[in-house]
Design a protein. Structure first.
Length: 105
């Protein structure tokens, strides 16, 4: 059954992460051409997918994750899941870029 669907964010399982309150988070939206989509990062299935997404930013010193997907529900489990995935993405990208920030879309 698992082969018939893809789990959201499964690529990030087991990776080190940062706590949500440690993230460089800002509330001023950017144009999408200047940032990486959180939704797209959640859909990463393997290293090749990630390389394709971050390729346009190879020469940059920093990168921005634009949070274009978040839940409006008050479900603490879902919020915790998304916060954990965002922290894992930031920690992973911090190995490649000197600055990684998050911006709400």
């Amino acid at each position: 059954m698992k082969s018939t669907y893809k789990l959201l964010g499964a690529y990030w399982d087991g990776m080190k992460g940062m706590r949500y309150d440690e993230l460089n988070y800002e509330n001023n939206p950017l144009q999408s051409s200047e940032s990486i989509s959180f939704r797209e990062m959640l859909s990463v299935q393997d290293e090749a997918d990630l390389d394709r997404i971050i390729a346009p930013y190879e020469t940059n010193n920093g990168v921005t994750i634009q949070i274009d997907y978040w839940t409006e529900t008050s479900n603490p489990i879902l919020h915790g899941f998304l916060e954990k995935r965002l922290g894992q993405m930031v920690a992973h990208l911090s190995d490649k870029y000197s600055t990684v920030r998050c911006v709400q879309a």
